[in-house]
Design a protein around this ligand. Sequence first.
Ligand code: FAD
Length: 362
Amino acid sequence: MKVAVVGAGIIGSSVAYRLSEGGAEAVLIDGADPGSGTTSASFAWVNANNKLPREYFELNVAGMREHERLRDEMGGGWLHPTGNLIQPTDEEDLERRVERLRAWSYAAEMLTASTVNEKLEPEAVFPDPEASVAYFPEESWVNAPALTRALVQAAGRNGTRTLVGNAVEGIEVGGEGVTLRLEDGDTIRADAVVNATGAEAACVAEMVGRKLPLDVFRGLLVRVSVPGKPLVHLMHTPRVNARPDGQGYVLLHHDSVDARLADDFAGTEDPLCAELVERAHRVLPALAEAEIVEARFGLRPVPADGHSCVGALSGIPGYYEAVTHSGVTLGPLVGRLLAREILTGEVDPLIVPFRPDRFPQT
Ligand SMILES: Cc1cc2nc3c(=O)[nH]c(=O)nc-3n(C[C@H](O)[C@H](O)[C@H](O)COP(=O)(O)OP(=O)(O)OC[C@H]3O[C@@H](n4cnc5c(N)ncnc54)[C@H](O)[C@@H]3O)c2cc1C
């Protein structure tokens, strides 16, 4: 079976790897470099922390387990099981969440700020020593571009051909399979095609006459270089989120800053970058000497109901979708489950609630 996977982000590369492992002839096609899309501009927090309803929570928990499985399988150094701390904006709300997560067998506990300073993050500054902080020891972060490159290489060793810098401009489905028209004028024939183009997925869906309701939100990640090791865990606070990003670097993000991103965003010189660093400095004083080294601008692909869109469409033979927010958490899992569906027709119960057919084709 020959399958064309369009988009070599964390999702498409995972699908291609699992297809190639299952014996399919996969062709992975990207208009740019593998992992250079949203995958390279993600906070990359692997979690099921605030994922609702229960089915979506379970999908994300399975996504967390799948990262461990992939690490054990491929021996990768991209997974950083640091644990995560959340300092609440609304304490009662966070306590309720921790209770719910514990009832669902998810590792979560409330600590005081003084315990956090003593045992987990000695440098972090909290409003007072008795302040509540939630701790989620099984959450992690991922170097998503590194994982994506590793998946592309592993797929390559299984015979997958990767075409980079060559966007798909048209797709015909029906009859004897699918035909893809590429930017350089070439065509590719295959038995099936996977749309794993992230924020571009609605445009690619349009090529087969499919209306995919997709919202796209901007996001900003600021990478700073810092001396020493100012933090060990992922940390979410009311004004800034921070996590380590490799030796000597910290990555900063906050939704309230994303909401103010404008079209004239000026890269590392943009005042929003300085603002994020200033916010982070209040929580982590060691960031006084932080230098902004990179501003990453990402586009979150979010299917209209906020949940994943994975699988075949009943009305379009040979066409599959793999589009989701939380794609770093879910990429390896979506890759394995979708490859199995394409190769065997078997739909895993985990993805039954997240089928593309739930969006009517009006
Ligand atoms: C600020 C921010 C924070 C986030 N934080 C988290 C988080 O903490 N945890 C988490 O799990 N998720 C998070 N996400 C979401 C996550 O990063 C995405 O869901 C994930 O990266 C999507 O991966 P993808 O492979 O679908 O898309 P992408 O990485 O964008 O890959 C799609 C690829 O398709 C290619 N492409 C597009 N159109 C075409 C075409 N016509 N032909 C050929 N190729 C094409 C692009 O070049 C690109 O390489 C965050 C996102 C943002 C923006």
